[in-house]
Design a protein around this ligand. Structure first.
Ligand SMILES: *Cc1c(COP(=O)(O)O)cnc(C)c1O
Length: 390
């Protein structure tokens, strides 16, 4: 029965029935016109969700991590310098990938829980008169710490410095759930995966590429074959794919993007904000602190909650799974054991969120935290009643 419980991990997220059914298909010939009716609308819908007019969309059989690799290997050369900040597990892993590819990473170490250090980026870009920095890496929503950073501010810093570096944005846990404006923010490569805001199983790396990134691609010499954007994009006008596509997942993507666009992006973002506010009010009622060090950083897709001294957040997550059959997010990397996370993105409603808040509350009481049963639930109920007018 517990497989009926929603999950509260920040990806993979709950899969609506309509999307599960769309993924479950009989085999079809991907060289037939039937495939065009899946691929082309899926690409067009993703383009709308990324809010790009001039950029191209590419979809690889991979996860978000593969999308990082698409961004790097298609635009850069060995030894190129990239600017990045380490402020959570995901930003750190992207830095690891850069090093593995022989890039020279200018890393700004930031406290986990802080946002992306835009001022330090601005200073590094202004100092770089020779334009050695070829790309700037931005983790829009640091899923490990529940922190959302200001992508537009990084664009302003690049422009103010008159710096031509490309801007790559990891939007894996933001795109399709919170505001994301590829063109307005001047994003050169936007990366996401299928299993978060798109409410699909894992298996697709979804990438948006600007015209500027496409021209960098012509001279980029980092090793790539499977992830070569040229091979991927060349076939699209005729619904060609450079290898066997995951047809069921792409059909699921067509349906999931239709659902998001039908709900309306603004309504989707507003729903995520309401859900997040209720979770945050619960956390405050429990008397617990956020991993995010400042209120304006709090993410609308995931909340990382600091455990009191002596309580292991990962033990709490295991306990909630064993006793109640409910999945919460464990702490990762530097904050392993110190935080636990409630994911609140994708296919989720207020009543579903309340079940997660209630279960987290029971599990925390079981673990000996000094929490009054019902306190967080009541705070979230009040928040949801007030926000859901009518
Ligand atoms: C989940 C996530 C990733 C990694 O995606 P995979 O699909 O697991 O490869 C990268 N960045 C962020 C911010 C994420 O939340």
């Amino acid at each position: 029965m517990s497989d009926q419980n929603p999950v509260f991990i920040p990806g993979p997220t709950n899969i609506p029935d309509a999307i599960r059914k769309a993924c479950d298909m009989a085999t079809l010939d991907h060289r037939s016109s039937a495939f065009a009716d899946i691929l082309l609308p899926a690409l067009e819908n993703v383009r709308k969700i990324l809010r790009t007019e001039s950029g191209k969309v590419a979809i690889f059989p991979a996860s978000g991590t593969g999308g990082w690799e698409v961004a790097l290997t298609n635009t850069l050369n060995p030894g190129d310098t990239v600017l990045a900040a380490n402020f959570g597990m995901f930003s750190q892993k992207w830095i690891d990938m850069c090093r593995h590819h022989g890039l020279n990473v200018h890393v700004i170490e930031e406290i986990w829980g802080n946002g992306l250090p835009v001022d330090a980026f601005a200073a590094a870009l202004t100092d770089d008169k020779a334009h050695k920095i070829k790309a700037v890496l931005v983790t829009h929503n640091e899923t490990a710490t529940g922190v959302t950073s200001d992508v537009a501010a990084v664009r302003r810093a690049l422009d103010a410095a008159g710096h031509p570096a490309l801007m790559f944005v990891d939007g894996v846990s933001s795109i399709g759930s919170m505001e994301f404006r590829m063109d307005d923010w001047g994003v050169d490569v936007a990366v996401t995966g299928s299993q978060k805001g798109f409410m699909l199983p894992a298996g697709l790396a979804i990438v948006g590429v600007s015209r500027k990134a496409l021209s960098a691609m012509e001279n980029a010499t980092l090793g790539r074959f499977f992830f070569d954007l040229r091979n991927m994009l060349d076939g699209y006008p005729n619904a060609g794919y450079p290898y066997t596509p995951p047809v069921g997942l792409l059909n699921g993507l067509k349906v999931s993007t239709e659902m998001l666009l039908e709900e309306g992006l603004e309504a989707v973002f507003a729903r995520h904000h309401r859900l997040a506010e209720g979770v945050r009010d619960a956390v405050r009622a429990w008397g617990l602190a956020f991993c995010a060090t400042s209120p304006e950083l709090l993410s609308d897709t995931v909340t990382a909650i600091v455990m009191p001294e002596g309580v292991d957040g990962n033990a709490l997550v295991s306990h909630a799974d064993r006793k109640y059959g409910m999945a919460f997010g464990a702490g990762l990397g530097q904050v392993a054991g110190k935080v636990f996370r409630i994911g609140h993105l994708g296919s989720l409603t207020e009543p579903m969120a309340l079940s997660g808040i209630a279960t987290a509350e029971m599990a925390m009481c079981d673990m000996g935290l000094d929490i009054t049963l019902g306190s967080g639930v009541a705070a979230a109920q009040a928040s949801y009643r007030a926000a859901m007018e009518g």
